[in-house]
Each structure stands twice: as structure tokens, then as C-alpha cells.
Design a protein around this ligand. Sequence first.
Ligand SMILES: *Cc1c(COP(=O)(O)O)cnc(C)c1O
Length: 438
Amino acid sequence: MRYHSTRGNDEAGVPVSEAIWRGLADDGGLYVPDSVPEMRTTDFEGCGTMQTVAARLLAPFFAGDAIEADLAQICDEALDFPMPVVPLPGSPAPAVLELFHGPTCAFKDVGARFLAGCLIRLHRRSGRDTTILVATSGDTGGAVAAAFHNKPGFRVVVLYPRGLVSPRQAHQLACWGGNVRTYEVSGTFDDCQRMVKSAFSDPELSSLLGLNSANSINLGRLLPQMSYYASAALEWNRRGEPAPGFIIPTGNLGNAFACALVRAMGLPIGPMALATNANRPVPDFLETGVWRPRPSVPTLASAMDVGDPSNMERLQWLFPDIDCLRSALTSVSVSDDEIRTAIRTGGDRWRQLWCPHTAAAVHVWESMDLASRRRPWIVVATAHPGKFDTVVEPLAGEAVPVPDALARLLARPASARPLEPDPDAFRRELESLSNEPC
Ligand SMILES: *Cc1c(COP(=O)(O)O)cnc(C)c1O
């Protein structure tokens, strides 16, 4: 299998490990595969765990690649935490796919750990030291830092906007030490992203430090996210139940694209509903047919504050015209008030505490008509509510339990270096890093 830019300027294409190493195609497009491999439920006989489902599902995407032989082991290591589908009480009621039992308590652990597994193996072959730059709106930076912490040959540099992530997220971004350096930028997420892009556009700096990005357009993060959709769909199928629909909290459209790709491969997945917050380019596009990205606005579901979702290019590759896209999925914009109500009522109604992102998806289910609610739905829970205690506790009126993984990180000392939102200042910081060994 070879991979091409969504902008279509590279006929020969590249193998998957090169697409993962590069992140973005030279023409600024996103990598997509030659074709969508077809698979049936019978192809998964004997796959009893998330890891074995993932290895089987991803095999065609790694066919002929340099790290094909390592795929099963990468899946084994990266997907080694539980991702249960939990039924909610009552009828009708959705089930919840809990993706927050990894080391940093958000689904970003799946992609970050798989990406690390790939890059570590590629590093063994090339021997090139690598510096991973991540601009984060909260969850990605911690997941990437955790995945690469103290891995020889790698450094991680995290940039996050001061005051725009939750206090526990901030702690989780800055508690690593060792080969991880964290900057607290007095600006917005867009500033952080601009600083990272500017560093990449400097070829001298880029080769001095072996710059690499771990942002959500990287195929190494996207591909493994297909595994939990496939695994849940297979579980439903084995029980003889109709194909479940998924309600997905959506920002940069990575998680949603992963689901769409699994369904396009032929796995039994029903309708997809994308829950967005007040940043609404996706629901507006479905309604009007006009793609109008905008600067992002801050909301309670901050990890979804994306005004120009980059994976839209991949979604349009999969669904080339608006009617295809409209028949494939729906999207609903959820306000902060609706998120608050879903969190406030979650305890009585469902015996659950929701993180603000998951709460947006729960709201989408709760606002469906009865006929729609009667079909099987799985709400995708993208983060543990304990990461957002300052939002959740006052609304739910109870303390949020802290998962062990989070408690371990909160017990570590944290320190972030302050930084102006200035690309040149960031470049000077990076130059000073080159004197430190990986
Ligand atoms: C990143 C994130 C999202 C959005 O996922 P995308 O793949 O960017 O659409 C939703 N919820 C949480 C908790 C996140 O960290």
C-alpha cells in the first residue's frame, strides 16, 4: 500500500512509514492510502483482544512496508489498556465507549503510543535523533510526552496556551522532566501552532534537531484509532445485534475520520453523528455546502476548539461530494449551556460523570427523537472527567474520583517555562536545546 497527498501532486506516493515519518506531504496535503481495503467480519475470526483486532485491521495499511513485521508488536504495546463498551441503565439508552483508561486519561493515548511505537522502530533503522514538537490545546501534549518520555534518541517539546487548558491538564503537560521540555505560551493555541509551523519552515533548525511533529494529521495517530470502532462493531456483530451507530465528540476530525474509514472498509457500523461545540464549520458545511473555516472560539469542551479542522481534507477525499457526505454522517453543534446541562443531569439520569467533550456527545443522543434513540448507539467518551474537575465538580455537585494514572502524574512536580507568543523567541529556545543530548 502506498500513500498520496490529498492535494494529488505525488503520483508515485510513499510507503506508510515514510508518511508517518514526514507527517505532512510536501505540498501541504494530508496522506491518504491508494485505496480503501475491504474487510469482512469473518476476517477477524480468532481476534479476541483489541490488540489482535488492530493488527488484523491495520495489516493491509502496512503491507510491504519497512515496519510491517513489527505491526503486531506495536499494537500489543500501544493498545495495552482497557477500552470497554459500557451499557447505560434504562431503555432506550446508549452505550459508552470509554477511551480514557490510558496513561493520560484521554483517547489521545491510543494515537500517541502507536505513533511512538512506529517512530522508535524507524529511529532504530536510521539512528537519527529526533525532536518532536507538539502544540497542544490540552490532551495531545500530555499523551505525546508520556509516549516518548525517556525514550533514547527522542526529545519532546510541548507548547500550550497559558490559562486555556484545565489546571490538571497543565500539570500533566509539565510534570515530565528528562527529555521533555514544556513551554507555557502567553497566547492562544493558534499562536502555539504558528510557532511550531515557523520552526518547521526553517530547514537549518529542522535538520539540526531532526524536527518531527506529532499532531493529529499524522497517519501514525489516525490509523490506530480505527481499532476501537472495529472492535466494538465486531462485538455487536458477534452478539447478533444490528450495527451500532457512533456519536463522536469532534474537533480536528481525526477520530471521526477513523470511524468513517472503518465503515468504508465494510465493518458493520451504523450512522455517525459528530458532536461539535460552538465551533461549527462542520455542521454549517453539511447544512449549506459551503466550507467556511473560522478562527476558533473558546468553549468548555476546549479540546474541540478548532475553527479549521485539518482532517476535513481527508473526509472530502473519502466523500468527494456533499451529498455523499450528507448521507454518511450528521453533525450537531452543542452550546456550553447544553454541555453544562448534560454534566449536571448525568448523575441522576445515567449514574455517570461526563467530561465536557463526552457531555456534548451525550447531549446529541438526548436531543434525538425517540425513533432514533431506539436504535443502538455508542457514545464515544474521549476523556476522563477527572481531568476537568474544575468544570465538572461544581455542576455535578460531587467530587470526581481521580484515576490512579492521573494521581501518579499529579504527584510529580511540574514546571513549565514561560514563553512569549513569538516564533523567533521559540527558535532561540530550540537552538539552545541542540546542545543537550537526547
Ligand atoms: C482531541 C480531543 C477531541 C477531538 O478529537 P478530534 O480527533 O480532534 O476530532 C475530543 N475530545 C477530547 C477529550 C480530545 O482530547
